[in-house]
Design a protein around this ligand. Structure first.
Ligand code: ATP
Ligand code: MG
Length: 763
């Protein structure tokens, strides 16, 4: 056999090399953050290819988020070139969707099945709970949904559950009813929820060995990144795929993980998977990596000190051969807006000093925190994008447009068809909808098929015509998606969507509206059209269901535009496995981090601490920890307290710009540990004065986004900014809503402002 070339091994330390070169059925790599686990995985893949021990198609590499999968693919491509195209490098969910699209017909699903996102499942649960008046027994969408999810991740389906449940307990009996109905509705809609994607693939493999067999033979080398966060169903899937492969000579399973970064227990992730790996795979080799190549020693010292407060872990100390680097910067704002302004100002400073925007990330614990950040970033014209949070796809107009596409791809999905039945308004009311639904049920046909019978059902002529028109439109679009001849390329999704949006009148209604919100909605629909274009460019043979799959899976990353040149905003959960030159950890407050909800969970605080640890260890050079004394949520202002985790970071590592110990508006609130507001803090209040007073204008705290419409500005104009004072415009770039002015302020330095929303007046 050819050997692994030195070029693949050069950039690796001895234990990393060992992990790349080890041959045997099972390999476990455990190591702290930034120690090169992912790097070892990619080099190992390259090594297997180079020595011809594996064909690209025999490699299955799994990681946790789409973003991480994309990065892994990129790293592999850099090592092996286009051989990487034939590999499956994906998340568990995408891999399972691919398998289910091909195989689900064996157990009664059509390959055009819909993937329900959390919004869909919430809507469904809400309906079920209401119908059964289950709320009186204490059921909510949240608790019923969480329990169903947990059971599915344990591979317990409704039928299995019905055999275990104590029906004498009315609550339990009700839960069974909900679980059953939920399952039944999904099946009838030819739909899977996210948990199903994994669990159903496991069932499929277990129930139909002849289906599983080709995959078992094919994937001779399986590599799993972030193994600490696999749950039971995912683990079972790996077992299904590797079982017989263990006997195949040369096959291998490699898993890498770090128990200190396990942050998905709430989704059923099981740290035991790491602990038990050696029991499950007795011949497994274990490799430990210790040296960190990502962060400065200061950042690692902070991470080590924080995580040391978790019990029940093997002591582990991250170290680097590089120097201590810069101190961590701390900042306490009066409000969330103030904190956001600090973040924006600091990002601009970093940018001026040569850090590219894409090298900067801002993390937060909850999505609600983004609003203030976004507002300020927009005003400061800092380019950013939000990762994770399928935000774009959660907007009503996007859901509408997607529902049109889903109605075409999956006629069984009654939820989708019902969504568009009277959207835009066609004069079809709830009574008509109910009649259609019962007609469908009586005749054993889908809701969509029932639309074709509007005349028979006996609606008035106007309503009947509206229904028939919709039905015809859906049929026309469906015909477009089926290529006339097998070898012909399908009609692009773009054209299908455009037809649907135009002929349904959806676009016309938005266009005719005077509501400024509708203008934004229109832009979003156009953005979705642009997404379909982009999709077609990347997947020339891509069909409608491929598009729907891709969009359903943008769970954790890949927002719309490409990431070049923008600051990334994301939750701490999404940040896993990524790295940035500068990282802002915001909202380091009690109730946010640790999150309020974690108090009720056993081990909740420890998991929150790991989350903080994950955040810290993403940073290469600069780390910022910030918090706010007050926060607005749901229209109310509340006083917050510094996170207990903040006190776990050695004080001498942090340089406070504005410390929790300062006095100021809102100070003197609650007490939490030694870092109470208003008390003299360990890190000293002396630094508080560093920030110019003028920048603190209280008006900013309550500032709201304004609309300057089409304010004319040209280089040379003088303006006044609410916060920065007077200045001179040096350049104007961009068009329409995205016009940006570069302003040299008399005292506040140079800033880029989005003209539309910046608080400016022309002088
Ligand atoms: P995490 O736990 O956060 O997922 P990880 O263990 O997967 O981290 P990597 O992302 O693989 O770590 O590596 C962290 C950084 O260190 C990367 O930029 C990687 O390229 C670099 N790195 C890893 N090993 C080496 C090495 N031997 N020499 C130089 N750089 C390295
Ligand atoms: Mg990694």
């Amino acid at each position: 056999l050819p050997t692994t070339s030195s070029s693949l091994l050069d950039g690796l330390n001895p234990p990393q090399r060992e992990a790349v070169l080890h041959r045997g059925p099972a390999l476990l790599i455990v190591a702290g953050a930034g120690s090169g686990k992912t790097r070892v995985l990619t080099h190992r893949i390259a090594s297997l290819l180079e020595t011809r021990e594996a064909w690209p198609s025999q490699v299955l590499a799994i990681t946790f988020t789409n973003k991480a999968a994309g990065e892994m693919r990129e790293r592999v491509r850099q090592l092996v070139g286009h051989a990487s195209d034939g590999m499956w490098i994906s998340t568990f969910h995408s891999a399972c969707v691919r398998i289910l699209r091909r195989e689900a017909e064996v157990f009664g699903y059509a390959s055009g099945f819909t993937i329900y996102d959390s919004g869909d499942t919430r809507a469904l649960l809400k309906r079920i709970i209401k119908e059964h008046e289950a709320d009186v027994l204490g059921f909510s969408v949240a608790n019923a949904g969480a329990r169903i999810s947990k059971l599915k991740n344990e591979l317990v389906d409704a039928e299995t559950f019905s055999r275990e449940v104590n029906l004498a307990d009315p609550k339990e009996a009700m839960f069974l009813t909900i679980f059953r109905e939920y399952t039944r509705t999904l099946q009838a809609a030819n739909a899977f929820d996210f948990d199903d994607l994994i669990a159903q693939t496991v069932y499929l493999f277990r129930a139909f060995p002849h289906v599983a067999e080709p995959y078992r033979r094919r994937f001779r080398h399986i590599l799993v990144d972030e193994y600490q966060d696999t749950n039971h169903a995912q683990y079972a899937l790996i077992r299904e795929l590797t079982k017989p492969a263990q006997n195949l000579p040369g096959a291998s399973l490699t898993v890498v993980g770090d128990s200190d970064q396990s942050i998905y227990a709430f989704r059923g992730a099981d740290i035991r998977n790491i602990v038990e790996f050696e029991q499950d795979f007795p011949q497994a080799r274990v490799v430990l990596l210790e040296q960190n190549y990502r962060s400065t020693q200061t950042i690692l010292d902070a991470a080590n000190a924080v995580i040391a407060n978790n019990f029940d872990r093997k002591p582990k100390n991250l170290f680097t051969a590089d120097g201590p680097g810069a101190k961590i910067t701390g900042f306490t704002g009066y409000s969330g807006h103030d904190e956001a302004q600090f973040v924006a100002d600091e990002i601009e400073q970093l940018h001026r000093d040569g850090t590219e925007y894409r090298e900067v990330a801002v993390f937060y614990r909850t999505n609600a925190q983004t609003r203030a950040l976004e507002e300020i970033l927009i005003r400061s014209a800092v380019p950013y994008r939000i990762l994770g949070g399928t935000k774009f796809y959660e907007r009503a107009e996007i859901k509408d447009a997607m529902a049109y596409l889903i109605s075409v791809a999956n006629p069984a999905d009654a939820l989708a068809v019902r969504r568009i039945l009277n959207t835009p308004k066609r004069g079809i009311g709830p009574a008509t909808e109910t009649q259609l639904a019962s007609f469908a049920e009586r005749n054993g046909i889908t809701f969509r098929a029932a639309l074709r019978h509007a005349k028979e059902i006996g609606f008035g002529p106007k309503v009947a015509k509206a229904i028939t028109d919709l039905s015809d439109l859906l049929d026309e679009a469906t015909a477009m998606t089926a290529p006339p001849e097998p070898d012909m390329a399908p009609i692009p999704v773009f054209d299908v969507l455009k037809l649907l949006m135009q002929k349904s009148g959806y676009i016309d209604v938005l266009r005719a509206s005077r509501d400024p919100q509708d203008e934004a909605r229109m832009e979003n629909v156009e953005e979705l059209l642009a997404v379909t274009k982009e999709f077609q460019r990347n997947n020339p043979d891509g069909q409608l269901i491929d598009f729907l799959t891709e969009t359903a899976l943008v769970a954790a990353a890949d927002e719309l535009d490409d990431s070049s040149g923008t600051v990334s905003l994301m939750t701490l959960h999404t940040a896993k496995g990524l790295e940035f030159k500068a990282v802002f950890l915001t909202g380091i407050e009690e109730d946010l981090l640790p999150h309020r909800m974690s108090a009720n969970e056993p081990g909740g605080a420890a998991e929150e601490r790991r989350l903080f640890y994950v955040g810290i260890t993403r940073a290469r050079e600069r780390l910022y920890l910030s918090l706010a004394m007050t926060r607005n949520s749901y229209g109310e202002t509340s006083v917050s307290a510094p996170s207990r985790f903040l006190a776990e970071v050695p004080a001498d590592l942090i340089e406070w710009r504005q410390s929790p110990g300062m006095t100021g508006p809102g100070a003197g609130g609650r007490v939490a540990g030694s870092l109470a507001w208003g008390s003299s803090s360990a890190s000293g209040a002396g630094a508080a004065a560093e920030r110019p007073k003028a920048d603190w204008g209280a008006n900013r705290v309550t500032g709201r986004v304004r609309d300057n419409g089409d304010l004319e500005l040209a280089p040379g104009d003088r303006i006044r900014h609410d916060d920065f004072g007077e200045g001179r415009v040096s350049a104007v770039t961009g068009v329409a809503a995205k016009r940006i002015a570069e302003v040299q302020f008399d005292t506040a330095g140079r800033k880029r402002l989005l003209i539309k929303v910046a608080p400016i007046t022309k002088l």
